[in-house]
Design a protein around this ligand. Structure first.
Ligand SMILES: C[S@@+](CC[C@H](N)C(=O)[O-])C[C@H]1O[C@@H](n2cnc3c(N)ncnc32)[C@H](O)[C@@H]1O
Length: 215
């Protein structure tokens, strides 16, 4: 009998996936100067999740926000996380198993979700949009809208586009060259994708913006 579990294959995507998943949490902790947990709490608070809701976390990485989402929606809620990086999903699955938490983590790209239409109340996207080239973002948002039920909400937390040269240089390194767009540019893309009630909160964090919209 083959005792080896089949590893998830790398899906095709032009998004920038992360293969160094084992070190990801430490890097986030360092980059946020030890405030990673507070950042996650701030992000999940913005989503205003309710008990029993169905939530999808896209580009979920190692799953910290996904785990918090499950806490918020409780046993009656359903939480899924997708990421195009198999290594990230492997770490996320391990964390969930350790905490005996039921989350459906899948390796798949945002641009080709396998979930049926209208299957979620809320979609979360934390620090993923800047990993997508500009030309892929409309397709990603269309997929998010497709899987949201009418009236469902999306919350996107991502870097603000820096306006000064030093900020542009620093964030350019973090944003892997996809610096042409930032959180400020998402409302126009969301409107083009058919979302309504679009709001941006760029006051809560120096580097992150929180964008909310309704499908
Ligand atoms: C900076 S990490 C953010 C992870 C997590 N959401 C967080 O807040 O820490 C960006 C994630 O986007 C994923 N990613 C890149 N391209 C993607 C795509 N096309 N579809 C889904 N995930 C993608 C990467 O593998 C990576 O895990």
């Amino acid at each position: 009998m083959d005792t080896h579990m089949a590893k998830d294959a790398h899906p095709t995507t032009t998004g920038r996936t992360i293969g160094w998943a084992e070190h990801y949490d430490l890097v986030v902790q360092l980059l946020t100067l030890g405030r990673a947990k507070a950042l996650r709490q701030l992000t999940i608070d913005q989503a205003q999740l309710r008990s029993g809701e169905a939530v999808l976390d896209v580009g979920c990485g190692t799953g910290d926000l996904t785990l918090l989402a499950k806490q918020r929606v409780g046993a009656a809620g359903r939480v899924c996380g997708i990421d195009a990086g198999p290594e990230m999903i492997e770490v996320a699955r391990r964390k969930a198993a350790k905490r005996h938490t039921e989350i459906d983590f899948r390796v798949e790209p945002i641009e080709a979700l396998t979930f049926p239409d209208q299957s979620f109340d809320v979609v979360l996207s934390s620090l993923m949009m800047h990993h997508l080239p500009d030309e892929l973002k409309p397709r990603a948002l269309a997929e998010i809208r497709r899987v949201l039920r009418p009236g469902g909400r999306v919350l996107i937390a991502d870097f603000k586009r820096p306006t000064d040269h030093i900020g542009q240089g620093l964030l350019g390194m973090l944003m892997h060259g996809h610096v042409r767009q930032g959180a400020q540019d998402l409302p126009a893309l969301l409107a083009e994708a058919g979302f309504t009630s679009i709001t941006v909160d760029d006051k809560r964090s120096r580097i992150l913006g929180f964008v909310r919209a309704v499908a």
